[in-house]
Design a protein around this ligand. Sequence first.
Ligand code: MN
Length: 246
Amino acid sequence: MALVMITNDDGFRAPGLRALAAAVREIARVVVVAPERDSSAASHSLTMRRPVRVRDHGGGVFSVDGTPTDCVILGTNRLLPRRPDLVVSGINPGPNLGDDVNYSGTVSAAVEAATLGIAAFAVSVCDYEPEDYSRPAAIARRIAARILAGGMPPGVLFNVNCPVSPRGVRFTRQGRRAYEGAITELADPWGRPHYWIGGGTPVDDGGPDADTAAVEAGYVSITPLRIDRTSHETLATLAAEWGDLW
Ligand code: MN
């Protein structure tokens, strides 16, 4: 039977993770290795300057006192009985579209798995407080079954975003998403300024084939991402244009 590791960035108690684990358990053996606490926007950070503790909750559920990347490294190398056939990260409450992928702990867990040579995808639902996760969980199970049967190209992961009521699937490229008003300046009781980073209004700019546009139109967006970020177009001309640099 296939072995699937489930992780997230919201913590091992998150309802989105539980729904995902339950859905994938219908088609594979599942082990959960997830952060002890919410580490949303942890990106790809690694805990290197203190020890990392693991708690075994029984029934194939482990929590890690660290980041999503720590979870993938420890899960795939130490905690699972063998290297998993697939790592699935989510289900994140809130979309991970366009430039979000650079901050997302959910997506970074899948990036880490792909870096280790393991098939992986990340799933997010486009609602910050979803009432239930049954639609994205069912879609995740279908994608997992497809990958377990047919594999995935090496060095690639899927970033999946599911609208609240999806009307189909679109295969997309990563769009752009900036946040306006994402810095809030406040004064402390002594009048000194301090800041909150986060929130703000997303401003999308990606074109009609982007992840942002698909979700806006009500479709599940599946974006294949590469761990190799080389710009091949730039590389092709760089030697000619910058050949006199040395
Ligand atoms: Mn999160």
